[in-house]
Design a protein around this ligand. Structure first.
Ligand SMILES: [Ca+2]
Ligand SMILES: [Ca+2]
Ligand SMILES: [Ca+2]
Length: 299
């Protein structure tokens, strides 16, 4: 009988398979422990009650212990670096009408995918005052898109996707299950519980649309994000994450501090291109000095 070696081989194969990283699809309503905060240097996003439209439920809120903005990535378990799902979560002041549990606004995430200061694509939530709507990806338009005053989001969106609650869309009051480490569920302190809006996009669409603008990225590429709420789908007119007010500022997002630290889709910090250049120059000068020293010693 030769069953024993086969069993052993099977055991080895199963052991090898179980040792592979475990890939699981994103659970859009998962606790914050499954999400990675998107940071803004030393800034603590986002000041409370700095939204500019009188509609407090569109106010982005966060503090040192309660991030206003998160991402999560699922790479689909394939070797490809350009597929998978990229999800975002945003903390808001409140739900306008708690009995309806609707998000009644637009929410934009501008992506600076080549890290030159200009936003190359916008994606987010395209809801109306009745709370219904869609997920969308917008063309940035002809403006520089490097600051609030030069942003030219094009309406209607390039692409739209139906919101499927529990699959690619989730809107709920913050509680101890969604945010296990929270010490407050009302960061603005005005008496209404904060809310999380979470949504996801096929990463391949983002890669392909950027590629059409001659920007090549994969899941390891560093990107800077600008995130804002709005009452219309072509301007950042409500609350820009990371800064106090600023919707009409003539400064750039970088000058304002509204551009996030560079993060890959997979959620890893990536040095800015300028830093990489410095590291490159530093490494080169180190190599030259080593070479000169070795020439002095042995030459
Ligand atoms: Ca705010
Ligand atoms: Ca750019
Ligand atoms: Ca609140």
């Amino acid at each position: 009988m030769k069953t024993e070696p086969i069993k052993q081989k099977l055991f080895v194969i199963l052991a090898a398979l179980s040792a592979l990283p475990c890939f699981s699809a994103i659970i859009i309503g998962s606790p914050t422990t499954s999400w990675i905060p998107i940071t803004y240097g030393a800034n603590v996003p986002d000041p409370v009650e700095d939204q500019q439209t009188g509609l407090v439920s569109g106010d982005l809120v966060g503090d040192t212990n309660h991030p206003a903005f998160y991402s999560q990535f699922d790479d689909a378990g394939t070797p490809s670096l350009t597929d998978g799902t990229l999800a975002f979560r945003v903390r808001l002041n409140s739900i306008k009408n708690e009995s309806k549990r609707d998000f009644d606004y637009n929410l934009f995430i501008g992506i600076d995918a080549d890290q030159n200061g200009s936003l190359d694509l916008f994606l987010g939530v395209d809801n109306n005052p009745n709370g219904s709507g869609q997920l969308a990806i917008w063309d940035p338009g002809p403006g520089l898109n490097d600051g609030p005053s030069s942003t030219t989001i094009v309406s209607p969106p390039l692409m739209t996707f139906a919101e499927a609650a529990g699959t690619n869309y989730h809107f709920a009051l913050v509680d101890s299950i969604l945010d296990p480490s929270a010490t407050s569920y009302d960061l603005d302190g005005a008496g209404k519980t904060d809310a999380f809006i979470s949504f996801s996009f096929d990463f391949g669409f983002i890669v392909n649309l950027l590629s059409a603008s001659s920007i090549s990225i994969d899941q390891t590429s560093g990107m800077n994000y600008v995130m804002a709420t709005a009452t219309q789908d072509n301007s950042l007119n409500m609350d820009i994450n990371g800064i106090d007010g600023g919707i009409d500022s003539a400064l750039t997002f970088e000058e304002l501090g509204a551009s996030s630290d560079a993060l890959s889709a997979t959620g890893h910090s990536v040095p800015e291109p300028a830093v990489m250049t410095l590291i490159g120059i530093g490494g080169l000068s180190l190599m030259i000095s080593k070479h000169l020293r070795s020439n002095r010693i042995y030459g």
